[in-house]
Ligand binder design. Structure first.
Ligand SMILES: [Zn+2]
Ligand SMILES: [Zn+2]
Length: 199
């Protein structure tokens, strides 16, 4: 794993857990604690994380951003935590989208400026890394957020089982972005506006 990849993993982990021990990071990422300290240096310099005894903590202002009730960066809807999709930008700013639909579209808009993204497993509600997640579209279950709806799963196996029961298709990350983009052709109003037009 490249240092930049490890740093992105560390960002996702710290956003999820808020506090982590260096020894835990070293175990999870299978590198020495010395290497972890090197990886952490730029993250500490930007103020995203702070050093604690034997570990690191998420900077409290960043943690506050995670807890705030916020509006979606893409469609300005209110954010329901269970469906929230968070993007971590290259300057370590955090953006929140109301659901994977807006998260993926925002991700496409920003491209390489997004260094990591996290969302929730639909079944277990655990925080998962968005690039490693599985995306379900065109299912019969409606969660009441943006259309076309995108649900996120940690395991492909779970997504496949879900689709067997409730219909839909399963896509990996990049494909999900492309498929969603195709669905969102310019003549088609964005979901969040479509409701207001009383479609
Ligand atoms: Zn949205
Ligand atoms: Zn949404």
């Amino acid at each position: 794993m490249l240092p930049i990849e490890r740093q992105n993993r560390i960002k996702a982990l710290i956003l999820n857990k808020r506090n982590i021990k260096i020894s835990e990071l070293s175990q999870t990422l299978q590198v020495s604690e010395m290497t972890i300290h090197r990886d952490l240096k730029p993250l500490i310099e930007t103020g995203m994380i702070i050093k604690t005894f034997g570990g690191i903590s998420l900077n409290s202002s960043e943690a506050g951003k995670l807890d705030d009730t916020q509006t979606c960066v893409f469609c300005s809807s209110g954010v329901d935590e269970r469906q929230a999709y968070r993007l971590i930008l290259s300057n370590n700013q955090i953006e929140v989208a109301c659901c994977a639909h807006c998260g993926l579209l925002r991700q496409r808009q920003l491209g390489d400026d997004v260094t990591q993204a996290i969302c929730h497993d639909f079944l277990k509600q655990t925080t998962i890394s968005a690039p490693d997640a599985w995306y379900v579209m065109d299912t019969s279950i409606h969660m009441g957020c943006c259309q076309p709806q995108v649900l996120t799963f940690q395991f492909k196996e779970h997504a496949v089982k879900f689709v067997k029961g409730f219909g839909g298709n399963v896509y990996p990350f990049q494909e999900a972005i492309e498929v969603l983009d195709q669905k969102m052709n310019p003549n088609h109003p964005h979901c969040c506006q479509a409701d207001k037009k009383g479609r």
